[in-house]
Design a protein around this ligand. Structure first.
Ligand code: FES
Length: 117
């Protein structure tokens, strides 16, 4: 049986076998999710959000312990969460990229403000 995983904000979608981790699905879709532990639930860097976890297999004990309640806010670990149906995954922006983007937006805003004077 197949599952379909869509990654946001890119909108990349991929069909994978049921039980495939969201991290492996992301790799197949060409979506970068950072990891440091190689997918062993050790680094917490693959934290993502899901719109609805009904498209995932039930959470395992390792992931539950690691998330320590953050699953209540729809967070999951991409290396541990496994696709079971249709699921949308929100991948947070890389912190460095987010910082650069924020600086660019501030510079653009300042440029626009300067034009007004
Ligand atoms: S890849 Fe390290 S916790 Fe998921």
């Amino acid at each position: 049986m197949e599952a379909e995983v869509t990654f946001l904000p890119s909108g990349s979608s991929v069909k994978v076998r049921r039980g495939t981790s969201l991290l492996d699905a992301a790799r197949k879709a060409g979506v970068h999710i950072p990891t440091r532990c190689g997918g062993k639930a050790g680094c917490f860097m693959c934290k993502i959000k899901v719109s609805d976890d009904r498209g995932l297999l039930p959470m395992g004990d390792v992931e539950r312990r690691k998330l320590a309640g953050m699953q209540e806010q729809s967070f999951r670990l991409a290396c541990q969460a496994r696709a079971a149906g249709k699921v949308e995954v929100h991948v947070p922006m890389d912190p460095l990229r987010a910082a650069v983007q924020k600086q660019l937006e501030l510079a653009r805003k300042k440029e626009n403000d300067d034009k007004l004077w």
